[in-house]
Design a protein around this ligand. Sequence first.
Ligand SMILES: [Zn+2]
Length: 218
Amino acid sequence: MPPRVTLSFDNGPDPEITPKVLDILARRGILTTFFVVGDKLRDPARHAIVERAFRAGHWIGNHTFNHLAPLGVTLDRDAPALEISRTQTLIGDMSHPDRLFRPFGSGGILDEALLSPSAVDLLCRDGYSCVLWNVVPRDWENPKGWVPQALQQVAAEEWPLVVLHDLPTTAMDQLELFLDGLDAAGATIVQDFPKDCIPIVNGEIVADISAYMTSPAT
Ligand SMILES: [Zn+2]
């Protein structure tokens, strides 16, 4: 088991599930990052839940506005502004100073559909940090049984950055079991991200991102 594990929760906030996740994390003294969907933040009740997460010390990241199509495959030329900038405005003062952005990857897959050249331009221009991942236990597919797979995937990474979903799939009913498993294996949960999961840092491309971006139009 690696010594450090980083957790993140994507696709919320959910009015029922996110508060429960926050309760569990608070009880255990764990800090994480919530990558939120902009469209959901327009609801004041959900916005208040993200405020609660922010006040508790969790980092708040941008996970697109609609979460419908990976930025690398959409034909909408306004998609970067609509998906990234609009969500960032809704996050407002709750934003992490590094302006964390996580692209929507269909099925959790890291491939060239994640970003388009124009999305990368916007991320660089506006000083975002692009936070990817290396562990996706697909909790949405197997909400009752994802924990063994998650622990196995975590054990295979040097510094795992785990993507979970605070969504009403019942998967978060197993969160404590997962955290118990990490505890039992002696892992410490940290809030920082492994560097090799962040190909863009504060608007600067620091790794080869060709694997995560569609080719520029010719
Ligand atoms: Zn997502």
